[in-house]
Design a protein around this ligand. Structure first.
Ligand code: AHG
Ligand code: MN
Ligand code: MN
Length: 335
């Protein structure tokens, strides 16, 4: 019997044998994923940890913060600020980027994260998670500025998400396919449980918050109506719908059994390009989905090629099984 492969061994392999990642990036990923372990422990304590409920504060997007949003954000900041791998960090829960304080050595990477994704689910014991993305500080930059984070997703060096569900899992890419690690709570380590994940190209399942239907644009209405028409409609087959309302959990399901995840822009606020944030939700997920053979667009353009304008900008998201993402994107481009 071969012994299980730990995340550390997996990363060392990527660095040493494949020469895919520099040692500093490997060490950074060790720290980020260690912080995810801590968040997993905090989440799993539930009501006993005294950390359910609202924090009584709001983030930059005007969303009410939960105690665990704040705890997860602080856990990631504290774990990553002193190691010397980073120049700065940015988060859904912080108005501005966070430059590594002068008392610590500075590194060459930028870390972005959604510390707790799906946090509206936390108080009802439904899966939540963490999403992160790693960029390089732009060439020639010495003191990191907020603009340094505004790089297209194609420049990501690594991306991952954790899901704190029945088991805690970590899904990671460094641009060489996608691997899943499961948290071995007794050993305290992330253990490789799947490698080279592939999203099925065809699917009969979709995920969208259908309560927003009256606000959708015509291409989305057309696409969803065709799915709803099932075997009697133009698609000639029945489709099934699932919506967890934690992107991490919806995407994780889709990566395993296929499907399309959609959060379109809608007509309520014409200036708002979608709900999900480009830099720390859509980009890392798009990187992972593409690395697993799927596709990710904003309806018109590959998400990873969007040139970001602001740190917290939002984007419409269509991602998952290639054939379906291509179809809904084609409907947008036709219209
Ligand atoms: P967050 O908890 O980080 O704000 O993200 C929630 C996001 C995403 O995880 C999920 O897919 C979506 O919001 C759910 O939106 P609805 O509330 O419209 O269902
Ligand atoms: Mn989120
Ligand atoms: Mn969040």
């Amino acid at each position: 019997m071969t012994s299980p492969i730990s995340l550390t061994q997996y990363l060392v392999l990527k660095q040493r044998e494949k020469g895919l990642i520099p040692g500093e990036l490997r060490l950074l990923l060790e720290v980020v994923t260690r912080a995810c372990k801590r968040i997993s422990i905090a989440v799993s304590k539930g009501a006993l940890g005294g950390s359910l409920g609202l924090a009584g504060s709001y983030n930059v997007q005007g969303e009410s913060q939960r105690k665990l949003d704040v705890i997860a954000n602080e856990t990631l900041l504290e774990a990553n600020e002193w190691g010397g791998h980073l120049a700065a960090m940015a988060s859904e829960e912080m108005d501005h980027s966070y430059t590594i304080p002068n008392r610590y050595p500075k590194g060459e990477f930028l870390l972005l994260f959604d510390p707790l994704d799906g946090s509206s689910n936390i108080d009802v014991n439904v899966s939540v998670g963490t999403i992160f993305s790693v960029l390089h500080l732009p060439e020639g930059a010495t003191e990191p500025r907020e603009e340094d984070f505004l790089q297209p997703g194609t420049r990501q060096l690594a991306a991952g998400y954790a899901v704190y569900g029945p088991s805690s899992i970590l899904v990671l890419t460094v641009g060489d396919g996608v691997a899943t690690f499961t948290l071995d709570r007794e050993a305290g380590s992330w253990t490789l449980t799947e490698d080279q994940l592939r999203i099925p190209e065809t699917t009969r399942e979709y995920a969208i918050n259908a309560s927003n239907r009256r606000h959708w644009e015509p291409p989305v209405l057309r696409y969803i109506d065709e799915l709803l028409a099932g075997a009697e409609g133009p698609r000639g087959v029945d489709f099934n719908m699932r919506w967890v309302a934690s992107m991490v959990a919806d995407v994780h399901r889709i990566i395993h059994r296929g499907g399309i995840f959609m959060y379109p822009r809608d007509n309520r606020e014409p200036d708002r390009l979608g709900k999900l944030r480009l830099l720390y939700e859509a980009n890392p997920m798009a990187f992972i989905v593409e690395q697993a053979g799927g596709a990710a667009t904003n309806g018109r353009q590959r998400i990873l090629e969007i040139e970001p304008q602001t740190l917290h900008e939002r984007v419409a998201v269509f991602l998952g099984s290639k054939e379906e993402v291509e179809r809904v994107t084609a409907y947008h481009l036709e219209g």
